[in-house]
Design a binder for this molecule. Structure first.
Ligand code: TEU
Length: 546
């Protein structure tokens, strides 16, 4: 089994990380040029989101060829160089496998379109009249999940964009093709994989209308998903590699199944329940401040539940689909640095493997776009229309996008305070957050009190202290909506950690559980002279005792 409990993964969105050739798009050589930043930070694995040939309707999650490099990102030789250079610095690459769907420009889909029966069986086609889709299921990006093809007189399923056709995992030939993709990249020397929406691959035997929802209950954690994953891992020969599955709307029971070692499925998985606590009535497009009590309950449920079942969590606040955590759960003004450090502490001290999304380590904020022309994401552009059809004014729709758009997390990495933050010598494909004059990596490497140095310390601590990587977890003060508190301990040995995070802009007093006064401070964003048991806005503290 791969070793991942004391490791930290850094997520790179290559399009927005670093541009080596001035075309405004980040590329693989750009990543190689920045490896020293990552090595100094101390991360172990680099997860790169897709750089495969793609029409880029969904920024590369619409893959047209699984075993090649899109010229926009460079060449296979560039990738091989990146693998070698990362390896020299003790870092391994994890590639993003988008196996629920392909781009409709993939040759499999093109051959299906051309009438080849073999390739039609690679996708999910259904008969039906042009005015009535086979089911009422809704695409994750809005609109029907079915598209009619007049030339074939049939519909195909796309749970995401119309250009992302769902693969038919019932077909053993499809499963064999995908296992070959894993073998191909393993032979190139990559160390692991992230599997995109992999809990959606197993569709039900019968397709029916969903009278209660958008259809997800029929295909989420579907009937054969565990069997397919076991088969993929074995046939791909990736059992010893580090793997993470992205699980959409999943359950605790299934995630235990996906990650408990004796099941030979995945090392760990992402779930998103804690990132829906600011969705009003579960609707991403309805704004609400985060429900902190709900957040705490979800952390406790998933942490203690995965522990009890022998599963393993991926720990994260940010990725390329999420707004910036400091803008969402922290504070962008006076407490910007303090709240960013508190949020980092909250997840990095938990039981699981932490993921850092590019820019998070310097506390990058949402860009606060004001006009629809500034957005690029297909989901944002679709919902700008849908929200107006639902009666919102353009200004209201823009306010929602400014809080919820995936582009919030996709603005270029802020390297320095020079033109375009050092991201590109050309015109960036997506505008920068104007905060880069003050929020950038160069300035933070100069400042030992920065968010960046704090992340470096958190990563180092995980390797020094087994309680962080291996210890058990127990949550405290479950009914307190302000204070996130848990302890990490070794039931067989000695030593214990206490983690206290003030999730709010209000001071907390008397938050020290019994027996902890006088304990040693391991880490925190509060001054050493702070009175014991008091946490000012967004302060956090990690204590240890023998
Ligand atoms: O995302 C899966 C997914 O369902 C969400 O994160 C989605 O973006 C959000 O819920 C919509 O409101 C993965 C990738 O991370 C994402 O970038 C891709 O667009 C998607 O799969 C399709 O491949």
């Amino acid at each position: 089994m791969a070793d991942f409990k004391d490791k930290v993964v850094y997520q790179i969105y290559p399009k927005s990380f670093s541009d080596s050739d001035g075309d405004g798009l980040g590329d693989l050589r750009g990543v190689t040029a920045r490896l020293d930043h990552l090595a100094k930070l101390g991360v172990d694995y680099l997860w790169l989101t897709p750089f495969f040939p793609s029409p880029q309707r969904d920024n590369g999650y619409d893959v047209a060829d699984y075993c090649a490099v899109d010229p926009h990102f460079g060449t296979m030789a560039d990738l091989e160089e990146l693998i070698r250079e990362a390896d020299k610095r003790g870092m391994g690459l994890m590639l993003d496998m988008v196996f629920n769907h392909t781009s409709t420009e993939h040759q499999w889909f093109q051959r299906a379109l051309a009438g080849e029966k073999k390739y039609q069986d690679y996708y999910i086609f259904r008969d039906g009249s042009p005015d009535c889709p086979p089911t009422n299921w809704v695409s994750k990006f809005g609109g029907s999940a079915w598209e009619y093809l007049p030339q074939l007189g049939r519909w195909y399923l796309h749970l995401f964009d119309v250009s992302q056709a769902d693969l038919n995992w019932e077909n053993p030939a499809v499963r064999a093709e995908l296992a070959k993709v894993l073998q191909f990249w393993k032979a190139k020397g990559v160390k692991g994989f992230r599997f995109d929406v992999v809990n959606l691959i197993s569709k039900p035997a019968v397709f029916e209308d969903d009278q209660q929802g958008d259809g997800r209950r029929f295909y989420t954690d579907g009937p054969k998903v565990h069997q397919y994953l076991q088969e993929l891992v074995a046939a791909g020969g990736i059992e010893g590699m580090v793997t993470v599955g992205e699980m959409s709307s999943t359950t605790l029971e299934n995630c235990i199944g996906y990650t408990a070692p004796q099941r030979h499925e995945l090392s760990m998985c992402f779930n998103f329940h804690h990132l829906k606590v600011d969705y009003k009535n579960g609707d991403k497009w309805a704004l609400m401040p985060p429900d902190l009590l709900a957040l705490k309950k979800l952390f406790a449920l998933w942490q203690e539940g995965m522990q009890a079942g022998g599963g393993w969590n991926a720990l994260f606040w940010c990725n390329h689909d999420q707004p910036r955590a400091v803008s969402r759960f922290g504070e962008e003004g006076e407490y910007w640095s303090r709240s960013a450090k508190m949020l980092a502490t909250a997840t990095h001290m938990m039981r699981g493997t932490p993921y850092i999304y590019q820019g998070e380590e310097i506390g990058m904020t949402n860009p606060h776009f004001k006009s629809i022309d500034q957005y690029r994401d297909v989901e944002s552009l679709n919902y700008y229309q849908i929200l107006q059809e639902q009666g919102k004014t353009p200004a209201e729709a823009l306010e929602i996008l400014a809080a919820r758009s995936r582009d919030n997390g996709r603005t270029p990495m802020q390297w320095d305070d020079g033109p375009n933050a050092g991201f590109t010598a050309g015109t960036p494909w997506l505008g920068l957050a104007d905060s880069y004059q003050t929020i950038n990596a160069a300035a933070q490497w100069e400042d030992p009190d920065s968010i960046l140095w704090y992340y470096r310390r958190l990563i180092a601590l995980r390797k020094e202290n087994k309680l962080i990587s291996e210890g058990k977890i127990e949550f405290l003060f479950p009914e307190d909506a302000q204070l996130l508190a848990y302890r990490r301990y070794d039931p067989a040995g000695s030593g214990e950690l206490l983690v206290l995070c003030n999730l709010t802009g209000r001071e907390i007093s008397d938050c020290l559980p019994e027996g902890w006064s006088g304990a040693e401070k391991l880490l925190g964003n509060c001054p050493d002279s702070a009175p014991a048991g008091t946490l000012r806005p967004y302060e956090c503290l990690v204590l240890q005792r023998a």
